[in-house]
Design a protein around this ligand. Sequence first.
Ligand code: SF4
Ligand code: SF4
Length: 223
Amino acid sequence: MAKLVDARDLKSLDLGHAGSIPAARTTPRLEASLTLDLPLLPDRTCGECVECCRFIPLDLPELAKPTGMLCAYCVDGAGCAVHAIRPQTCRTWFCVWRIVELSDDWRPDRSGIIVRPDGLTTGEITLYVVRETEFLRSDAFFETLASWREQGLSLAISVPGPIGTLPVRAVVTDYLGPALEAGDRPMFDLLLANVLMSLGGHPFEPDGVQPRFAVPGAPPVAV
Ligand code: SF4
Ligand code: SF4
């Protein structure tokens, strides 16, 4: 079970009416069993993006890689070198950019955000901010989040820690929602920066994943 991180560990910031930064949790270990049976958008490919092969931890019998470590089977900027024989989890896990009509700017290697698929069917969107980019301060980002709030979706933000540690995550619907609903960009930008700073300052827990690259039929990999 995921360990709750004490909210008192979070940095204390004066946020006026916005209240305190939501408590963060360490994300549960692994996605080994996560599969999502949602149709992919036709005519959309990952292109040069390999962010899930870097930032999503895997701990499968045939493939284990710590969070933040690029899979040894991945060619950076090109994709999976063992595509035809990749593990089942790799065949069924896709970020939301492959599932929902989001602009090209949202592609994770451009935006720095992997929109996670878990929670999609229950009305919660998790933005896994793997890198801070200008996109976080763009109109396209703000307007998309505002439209998700209009649709009643919950929002969560997650960030990775150093390589080999579990990401942390906080539900931010109540914290960011009012600024989104009011169209208040300056307030939203300030609150988002606070969330990212607070999450980034967490004591990250080791993910305990020992690298293992043993996909049957794949060339041997030294670890
Ligand atoms: S993060 Fe999304 S777009 Fe990028 S490689 Fe993974 S599934 Fe493809
Ligand atoms: S086996 Fe291929 S698809 Fe799976 S994590 Fe490694 S590079 Fe990515």
